[in-house]
Structure formats: C-alpha cells, structure tokens
Design a protein around this ligand. Structure first.
Ligand code: UD1
Length: 338
C-alpha cells in the first residue's frame, strides 16, 4: 500500500518513514530539502534495508504537485510534515509561514479532497496556548495563537475539518504533538537544527558537546515545583509509531467521523531543571547552564491527557525521559564524530 510522506526527510518525517517501512508500507517521500539533507535517504535505507522512493518537490509548486499526483494516482494515505516550525522565525516572517504551512496544505488538499485518501496532519499542542486545566484534553478550548506558527496549526486543522465536511470519502486525523525529542536507536537519523537551536534538547546536547558555551534556562519564577516551565517531552520514535497507528485507524475504517484530533504526549510533565538533571544522568556529563529571564510567549505548563489516544489508537508512549535524552546525546555525538 502506497503512502506519501511530505517532508519525509525531516526530523519527525524520517522517523515516521522508518516505522512505515517496518510495517510493510510502500513509502514515497517528497521533500524540498530546505531544512534537511539528502543523506537522510541513505540513512533510512541503512536502518530498514529499503530505500523509499523520493522526489525533490516543493509542495508550494502547484503544477509540479498535480503532476506528481498524476504519476502516483494509487496513493492511499498521506502524512503531511512539509512545513516550517520555528516559533521565533514565524514572528519575523509571518507571510513565509502562511505560504509554507497554509498555501502548501491547500494545494495538497486540492489534489486529494475528492479521492478516498487518508490524511494525517502534523499539528501541535501549541493550539491550546496556556490551558486552564491540566493535563490537557482534546476538548480544551483553542486559545488565541501566540505566533504565526501556532496560528498556522489552528488554521490548518480548520481547513482540513472544513474539507472533511464536504467530502465524506476524505478522512483525516490531526495529531497534536507535545514536545518531540530524541533520535532513532541506531543514531542514524535525528534532529539537525540549522544554526543556533531554539528548542531545549538540541541546545542541551550542543552545549554538552562544546558547540555552545552555556544553556540559558528561561525563567525560574514560574508557579511550578522548581520554578521552571513544564512540558511533556515525547520520544520521536514513540511519536512516529502514533502516526502509523493513526493511519491504521483510518485504513481499517475504525473512525466513526471523518475528522479526529488526538494529543500525542507521554502524559507526564517535566520541568526544565528535571530535563537537565535527567540529561546529566543519561550522559554522565555535567551541563553548564544559567538561569535567565522568561522567554516571551512561553506557557507555564503543558502536558497531555492521553486517554483518548491510548484507547482509540491503542498507542502509548514507551520510552522514558532519560532514554529519550540518552538517544539525543548518542545522536549528537555521532553527528559531531565523537
Ligand atoms: C513550542 C510549542 C510547540 C512547538 C515548538 C516549536 C508550546 C507549548 N509548545 O515548544 O508546540 O512545536 O515550540 O519550536 O507552545 N528552554 C530554555 N532554554 C532554551 C530553550 C528552551 O529554558 O534554550 C525552555 C523553554 O522556555 C520551555 C522549554 O525549555 O520551557 C521547552 O522549550 P522548547 O524546546 O523551545 O519547546 P516549546 O517552547 O515548549
């Protein structure tokens, strides 16, 4: 069965491709290589023994995209990752974010809306903003987005939902990720941020390897157990498996409605200090860090209620925080040749 993964050479996409191949799916990747390298294709091949089909293609290119679908009319499922994800950059370049994350989604949907295609959308817990109740359920209200990036995830879900309303054959699931971290056990694929990392875990591993001098911990005056902000960090391989489970749900026609959303997290919240401590334990390295002021736009606390995803998808995260951080560290060392 042929499955298209857009952005399939990126961080989360590449891990999903591996899981799909391991479950016997025939994978086609499109990626414009804007935030990754073609080497990822060989690394996927080294893990699974199978080279996925790959076309270098930009989803914003309407003509190329419709040509692609003419060549691949037998695609039964699409997992859509091709998008931009840096919150800070989205504030600086809002139109780029609306073009990459909204225009591209619309073009993709135009090609498939009237077909029997199953669609998985890469959404984010950022749609909840600072939720009033924790853990966060899928019924928590959507809050005004803090950034154009967050807005694209909210609008993206609405666009898909509206498309589902008028096309009963078109079935979609939006997965709202909490904080993906870690790398494949093989250390052959992982996260490779361009420039200075904005996210916590790559900043930690780059500091530990000597690429950055010191980690800044953004705020220790939050109303939490140690004053630092709380997030739900999920191993990327667990997250990847959730995609395969979501796809199976659609293919096996288990969903009663044609648009559903699921939180994908561990259900456990960790403070920034707890992440640092777990990293030090996992790596045997002392981390150089200092406490600085809060980062604008950060929420105090976000962790998932996972009952819905656990029961509907039969999926549950397996890796611990320490295991996830150990895999991030193994990947960082591998990438830097240490
Ligand atoms: C946010 C969004 C997430 C989005 C991601 C994209 C929420 C709840 N989450 O993640 O949906 O996909 O951006 O980038 O809105 N921190 C430091 N020092 C650093 C970096 C981070 O202390 O150098 C802290 C942050 O203040 C935060 C935690 O570490 O408390 C995690 O930060 P980060 O990895 O950037 O992810 P979020 O901001 O939670």
């Amino acid at each position: 069965m042929k499955i298209l993964v857009t952005g399939g050479l990126g961080y989360i996409g590449s891990h999903v491709v591996v899981e799909l191949q391991e479950q016997g799916y025939d994978v086609v990747i499109i990626d414009n290589l804007s935030n990754t390298s073609i080497d990822v294709l060989d690394n996927i091949n080294s893990i699974t023994g199978l080279k996925p089909k790959f076309e270098q293609l930009d989803v914003r290119d309407k003509t190329e995209l419709s040509e692609f679908f003419k060549r691949h009319h037998d695609i039964e499922g699409i997992i859509h990752f091709a998008a931009s994800k840096a919150v800070g950059e989205s504030v600086e370049k809002p139109l780029l974010y609306y073009e990459n994350n909204i225009n591209a989604l619309v073009y993709l949907l135009q090609n498939i809306q009237d077909k029997k295609v199953n669609f998985i959308f890469s959404s984010s817990c950022t749609v909840y903003g600072q939720a009033d109740d924790l853990p966060i359920t899928e019924n928590a209200p959507i809050k005004a987005a803090e950034s154009p990036y967050g807005n694209t995830k909210q609008i993206g879900e609405e666009i898909i939902q509206d498309t589902c309303k008028v096309n009963p054959n078109f079935k979609a699931i939006a997965l709202r990720y909490f904080n993906p971290i870690g790398a494949h056990d093989s250390a052959l694929i992982g996260e490779l941020p361009l420039g200075v990392p904005q996210n916590l875990v790559p900043y930690i591993t780059q500091t530990a390897i000597g690429l950055r001098e010191q980690l800044s911990v953004y705020g220790d005056d939050y109303p939490t157990r140690d004053g630092t902000a709380i997030r739900d960090y999920i191993h990327v391989v667990d997250l990847a498996k959730a995609h395969v489970s979501a796809l199976s749900r659609l293919l096996e026609k288990k969903a009663k409605v044609n648009f559903e959303v699921f939180n994908v997290g561990t259900g456990e919240g960790s403070t920034v200090i707890e992440v640092i401590t777990a990293f030090e334990k996992a790596s045997g390295q002392k981390l150089n860090y200092k406490i600085v002021g809060r980062r604008a736009g950060d929420v105090v606390e976000a962790f998932a209620q996972t009952d819905k995803v656990n029961s509907a998808l039969g999926w549950k995260s397996q890796y611990s925080l320490e295991e996830a951080l150990a895999s991030s560290w193994a990947w960082e060392k591998k990438v830097r040749g240490k």
